[in-house]
Design a binder for this molecule. Structure first.
Ligand SMILES: C[S@@+](CC[C@H](N)C(=O)[O-])C[C@H]1O[C@@H](n2cnc3c(N)ncnc32)[C@H](O)[C@@H]1O
Length: 229
């Protein structure tokens, strides 16, 4: 069954948070996220928004990279936000807010960078989300969107029927078009290959077998990035 309202999305990810899946995603997403952090070339004073921050592991890494700046982690799931806050009490340049990407609870022209990891294919209205990211970015700022579920990698297509929330299976060109429609310039995309070791035998439910998992990782995640000029 596909549930499609924002409330259903929040409830589903609240259940993920309660099951500890927010914390578990760090191990899965870190190998593809580290190369993106290098490409972002953050300065110590930058202000960064982490959209769909989950349990906040990436927001905490970002906060260490911008010690004189600020990081805001935002997620539609208030339970993810509770987990993120609980693990971040030692940070004084990091806050978490509950919110939906099409209505980011923040002032315009504020952030130097916006990043989102493995979240955008869940957004009920990806075009509206990208437009609101454009709104909160400052002139000269940049957006970085990283996803494992996209049309050009056929080894992930089965995820759509495994997930109980609605997803969008768009191609790199379609995502890029949404960025251009929102007003972004210098829109580009590339693959980020996951070089972490793969098991000899796969027992999870997301891939047919270990061979498909290896093929999926070799295709790589899709990174779309763009500037507000
Ligand atoms: C697969 S998790 C990834 C979490 C985190 N970025 C990570 O890598 O561990 C997707 C996250 O996106 C959030 N999310 C989904 N749709 C959203 C929306 N429309 N607005 C804000 N957050 C959303 C979910 O609540 C969930 O925490």
């Amino acid at each position: 069954m596909h549930l499609d309202s924002k409330d259903s999305l929040r409830e589903e990810f609240n259940r993920w948070a309660e099951a500890g899946r927010g914390e578990g995603m760090e191990q899965e997403h870190l190998p593809i996220t580290l190369p993106v952090l290098e490409k972002m070339r953050l300065a110590p004073t930058d202000s960064v928004l982490d959209v769909g921050c989950g349990a906040g592991w990436l927001s905490r890494r970002l906060a260490k990279l911008v010690p004189e700046g600020r990081v805001v982690g935002m997620d539609i799931s208030d339970e993810m936000i509770r987990h993120a806050r609980r693990s971040s009490v030692d940070f004084d340049n990091l806050i978490f807010v509950a919110g939906e990407v099409a209505q980011i609870p923040w002032q315009p022209n504020f952030f130097s960078h916006v990043i989102s990891v493995e979240s955008s294919y869940y957004w009920p209205d990806p075009a509206a989300g990208i437009k609101d990211i454009f709104r909160v970015l400052s002139e000269g700022g940049s957006a970085w969107l990283l996803i494992n579920y996209y049309h050009d990698n056929s080894h992930c297509h089965q995820w759509g029927s495994l997930l109980t929330v609605q997803t969008h299976l768009l191609s790199a060109d379609e995502w890029s078009g949404l960025f251009r429609d929102a007003g972004f310039k210098n829109v580009a995309h590339e693959r980020i290959v996951d070089r972490s070791p793969s098991p000899d035998v796969y027992t999870g439910r997301w891939f047919r077998d270990a061979e498909q998992l290896r093929a999926f990782k070799a295709e790589g995640a899709l990174l779309i990035y763009a500037a507000k000029k």
